[in-house]
Design a protein around this ligand. Structure first.
Ligand SMILES: [Zn+2]
Ligand SMILES: [Zn+2]
Ligand SMILES: [Zn+2]
Ligand SMILES: [Zn+2]
Length: 736
C-alpha cells in the first residue's frame, strides 16, 4: 500500500535487471538530481512500460461512472426497504460519488440519503442533505416528500418556527398543484405534523444543552520554548547517521504527551479493497477507507460530500472539499488512479510539494545541490540555511531550524529530514525514480503543469490545457518537482506515521528477542543501543523471554540448558538430560489438556474443569519453569472457573498468582498486567472486598488509561465500580 502495486514493482525490477552493468552502477551512485534525469531518459525510451502503467491504472479507476451510481442507488433502496438504514446510507453515498454534479440524479441520491439519516436520528445532517438535494435541482414533482421530511426534522430539533414555515410552503404547494394530484398519504402526514407542531408550541420542551467533548483530567503539558509542538522534557539533536531527532532531557512519565504537532501533510490510506480484476463489472459495494473517512481531515464520514470531478475523494463537509480543492485536489483529482497504483508514499510526496508551493520547492532543491558537496562532512551540512555554522548551544545548527535555532513545522524543516539516499537499495531508488517521473509526466500531459507551478489563478485552473509539448521530455521545472518528490518518497520510509488501528501488543523488549527488535528497526536504518539491547547483545545470553519460558529439570527443577536437540540440567551435580522434542511434546499435550478443561467449563461442568486444571498444574510443575507464561495462564483459567461458581476469594487467590507471572514477563505497567488487574478488580468487587477492590481499581485505571486513554470501555467500567463502592452504606464498609 505504501509502495506501488506489485505488478509495477515487478516490471521495474525486471527493467533494472536488464540494464547494462555500467548504467546500473551509475544509477546506484547517482544523486537524487541525477536519478531523476536518468529515470526520465529511461522512461522516454520504454514506451511499453508507460503503456503497462496505464493498463494497471484501469483497475483503480477513480472517474465518475453514472451507470455504477444507479446500481448503488438501487441496492441502497433495497437495504432501505428492509430497514437497514446504515447500509442504505453507505450505498447512497457511493452512488452520489458517481453521479455528475448538478444532475437531477445526484439530488435524488441526497434526498434518498436524507431519508436514511432521518431514520437514524441524524436530524441536522438530514437537513444538510435536503438542502443539497434542493440545490442540485431536485425534481419538482418529488419535492413535497422532501419538504415533509424537512418539517419533521425541524420539529424533532425543536426549531418550531422553521418547521411552521416549511409546512406553510408545503401547503401552498399542495394548493397550487390541486388536491387531485396530491398524494393523500402526504396530506395525512402534513396534518399529523401540524398537530405535533401545535402540541410543541403549547408546551415547549427545555432546550437541550449542548454537550461538549468529554472532559478528561487536565494534562501536564509544558511546551518547549525552542521546539514548537514538543514537550519541555525534550531537546533537539542532530547527527549524520540519524538526522534531526528528539532526545529526552528529563525523566518522562508513562503516558506523558511528548509531541503535539499537526502533520505537515497527510493522505488517507486507501485500504486494500480495490477491484481484483481488469474490467470488473460487479461493482464493489464494500466500504473502503475512502468511503469511511474524509479525504482531507480524515474525520469519520456520515453523509459524505463527493468531489465534483472524481468518485474517489469524499469529504465531511463542503468546507473540506473546497479547501482540499484549492490546496491540492485540483491537481490530484484527475490523477487518482495513478496515485492509487503508485502507492501512498508517492501520493504523500506529490501532496507535499503541492502544499509547499513551487517557489519553496525550487529554492530548497537548489540549496540541496550546493549542499551535496558537503555531504562527506557532516558538520558542514548541519549549517542552517543562509547562516554560517554557529557554536551556539541548544538546537542551533540543527538543519531545518531557523537562524535562531528555533524549530517550527515547515516545508524547510521537512525537507531537511534525511532521505538516506546511500542506504536504500539501488533497485528501490530506481523504482521510486521511475514512479515519481511517471507522475510528473502525467501532470504535464494533463496540462496541470501550471497548476503545480502556481502561476495561474484558481479560476484558470479548472480548465487544464492539454500539453503542447509532445516530445515526452519533462520541463526543467517538473524535473525539479520530481527530484523533490523522490527525496520525500525516500524520507517517508523513516519519517511517516501510518495511523491504522490501535495495536494493543506493540513491539516491546519484554516480548521480543533482541534480534527481532533490531530487525524491526532495520527499516529505519537504525541500530538500537538502548540498555536492554546492549545487555542482550554483549552478554550473548538468551533473552529474559526465553529464560522465563524455559523447561526445568524433572528431577531437581533447575533450568534446562542447551541450544541443541538434547537439553541438560544447569545444576552440574544433577546432570540430567532430556530431549528437546520430548519436552516440546509434553508441552503440547499439556496445552491440549488445558483446552479440554476450558471446554468443560463452557458446558457448565465447573467442578470437572477445576480437577482437570489442577492436574495440569501438577504435571506442568515437573517440567516447566515456575515462571513459564503457561503457569500464569493456568492460574488465570482457575480464577475464571471459581468466579463462575461465585467463589470470589478462591478466584482472587489464583488471579493474584497469574498477575505475578504476567508482571514478571511484561512488566508491572504493561497492558497485560492492566487487563489482569481489571479482572481482579471485578472479582474483588463482586466479593465485596471493598478496600482491596478500590486499590486494585486505582492501579488498573492508572495502567489502562496510559495505554488506552480515558474513553476506554474498561476504564469506564472501573469508574462505575468505584462510584458504586463509594455509595455503599458505611456498615458494609466497616465489615470488610
Ligand atoms: Zn473533512
Ligand atoms: Zn476529485
Ligand atoms: Zn533497544
Ligand atoms: Zn536437575
Amino acid at each position: 500500500m505504501a509502495l506501488p502495486v506489485a505488478e509495477w514493482r515487478g516490471r521495474t525490477a525486471r527493467l533494472w535487471a536488464a540494464l547494462d552493468s555500467a548504467l546500473r552502477e551509475r544509477l546506484a551512485a547517482a544523486s537524487l538530481h541525477d536519478a531523476v534525469r536518468l529515470g526520465c531518459d529511461l522512461l522516454r525510451t520504454k514506451e511499453e512500460e508507460e503503456a503497462a502503467l496505464v493498463q494497471l491504472c484501469h483497475r483503480a479507476a477513480t472517474d465518475k461512472k453514472p451507470e455504477a451510481a444507479s446500481r448503488y442507488r438501487e441496492q441502497g433502496n433495497q437495504e432501505f426497504k428492509q430497514g437497514h438504514y446504515q447500509a442504505a446510507l453507505r450505498l447512497y453515498s457511493k452512488a452520489a460519488s458517481h453521479e455528475l454534479p448538478g444532475s437531477p440524479e445526484l439530488s435524488v441520491c441526497f434526498a434518498n440519503r436524507s431519508a436514511a439519516l432521518l431514520h437514524l436520528g441524524h436530524f441536522e445532517v438530514c437537513l444538510e442533505d435536503i438542502a443539497r438535494a434542493e440545490s442540485h435541482g431536485y425534481p419538482d414533482r418529488l419535492l413535497p416528500k422532501v419538504l415533509l421530511r424537512k418539517a419533521e426534522c425541524l420539529l424533532r430539533l425543536g426549531r418550531l418556527q422553521d418547521a411552521q414555515e416549511s409546512l406553510r410552503v408545503l401547503e401552498s404547494k399542495f394548493a397550487l398543484d390541486g388536491v387531485m394530484t396530491t398524494n393523500l398519504a402526504r396530506l395525512k402526514k402534513l396534518s399529523q405534523l401540524k398537530v405535533k407542531l401545535g402540541e410543541k408550541e403549547r408546551c415547549p420542551e427545555p432546550a437541550q444543552e449542548a454537550h461538549g467533548g468529554i472532559q478528561g483530567e487536565p494534562e501536564i503539558w509544558e511546551e518547549n520554548n525552542r521546539i514548537s509542538g514538543a514537550s519541555s522534557s525534550l531537546s533537539l539533536g542532530f547527527d549524520a547517521e540519524r538526522g534531526r531527532h528528539l532526545l529526552a532531557s528529563q525523566d518522562i512519565v508513562p503516558g506523558q504527551s511528548l509531541v503535539k504537532e499537526e502533520a505537515f501533510v497527510s493522505v488517507l490510506c486507501p485500504g486494500e479493497s480495490l477491484p481484483l480484476q481488469d474490467g470488473d463489472t460487479a461493482w464493489d459495494t464494500r466500504a473502503t477507507n475512502a468511503d469511511l473517512y474524509c479525504h482531507r481531515c480524515l474525520r469519520q464520514l456520515l453523509a459524505s460530500v463527493p468531489c465534483q470531478g472524481c468518485s474517489y475523494a469524499k469529504y465531511c463537509s463542503q468546507d473540506c472539499a473546497d479547501v482540499a480543492w484549492q490546496q491540492y485536489h485540483r491537481t490530484e483529482c484527475s490523477l487518482g488512479a495513478l496515485l492509487l497504483t503508485l502507492g501512498v508514499f508517492c501520493h504523500v510526496a506529490l501532496r507535499t510539494v503541492l502544499l509547499a508551493g513551487f517557489a519553496e520547492v525550487s529554492r530548497l532543491v537548489a540549496w540541496s545541490h550546493r549542499g551535496d558537496k558537503s555531504l562527506q562532512c557532516p558538520e558542514a551540512s548541519c549549517k542552517p540555511l543562509g547562516e554560517a555554522a554557529d557554536a551556539g548551544a541548544g538546537s542551533r545548527g540543527v538543519p531545518g531550524c531557523d537562524s535562531s535555532g528555533q524549530y517550527q513545522s515547515s516545508y524547510q524543516a521537512l525537507f531537511h529530514l534525511l532521505p538516506h539516499t546511500e542506504q536504500h537499495s539501488p533497485e528501490h531508488k530506481f523504482l521510486c525514480s521511475l514512479s515519481v517521473v511517471a507522475i510528473c509526466k502525467q501532470l504535464q500531459a494533463a496540462g496541470l503543469e501550471a497548476a503545480v507551478l502556481s502561476q495561474e489563478s484558481p479560476q484558470q485552473w479548472s480548465k487544464p490545457k492539454p500539453c503542447e509539448n509532445t516530445s515526452g521530455e519533462l520541463s526543467p521545472e517538473l524535473k525539479t518537482v520530481a527530484e523533490a518528490m523522490l527525496r520525500h518518497v525516500l524520507q517517508l520510509q523513516c519519517n511517516a506515521q501510518a495511523i491504522t488501528v490501535m495495536q494493543e501488543l506493540g513491539p516491546h523488549w519484554c516480548r521480543m528477542r533482541v534480534a527481532e527488535r533490531q530487525q524491526l528497526l532495520s527499516q529505519y536504518f537504525f541500530n538500537c543501543r538502548c540498555p536492554a539491547c546492549l545487555e542482550e547483545l554483549e552478554s550473548g545470553v538468551k533473552s529474559v523471554v526465553s529464560i522465563r519460558n524455559s523447561f526445568c529439570c524433572p528431577k531437581c527443577q533447575a533450568q534446562m540448558q542447551g541450544e541443541e536437540d538434547t537439553l541438560c540440567c544447569s545444576n552440574e551435580a544433577c546432570a540430567t538430560s532430556a530431549s528437546r522434542d520430548h519436552l516440546s511434546g509434553r508441552l503440547q499435550d499439556l496445552q491440549q489438556q488445558i483446552k479440554k478443561g476450558l471446554g468443560m467449563l463452557r458446558v457448565g461442568k465447573a467442578d470437572q474443569a477445576i480437577k482437570m486444571l489442577l492436574k495440569c498444574q501438577m504435571d506442568a510443575g515437573t517440567f516447566l519453569s515456575p515462571e513459564h507464561l503457561l503457569m500464569g495462564e493456568m492460574e488465570d483459567h482457575l480464577a475464571q472457573v471459581y468466579a463462575t461458581l461465585g467463589k470470589w476469594q478462591e478466584a482472587a487467590r489464583h488471579l493474584k498468582k497469574s498477575i505475578e507471572i504476567v508482571e514478571m514477563h511484561h512488566g508491572p505497567s504493561s497492558v497485560e498486567t492492566g487487563h489482569e488487574l481489571f479482572k481482579l478488580a471485578q472479582i474483588l468487587f463482586n466479593g465485596f472486598a471493598v478496600s482491596e477492590a478500590l486499590s486494585t481499581i486505582q492501579r488498573a485505571e492508572g495502567i489502562l488509561s496510559v495505554h488506552f486513554g480515558p474513553q476506554n470501555a474498561q476504564i469506564q467500567e472501573l469508574q462505575e465500580m468505584k462510584a458504586c463502592l463509594s455509595e455503599l452504606p458505611i456498615n458494609i464498609l466497616q465489615r470488610t
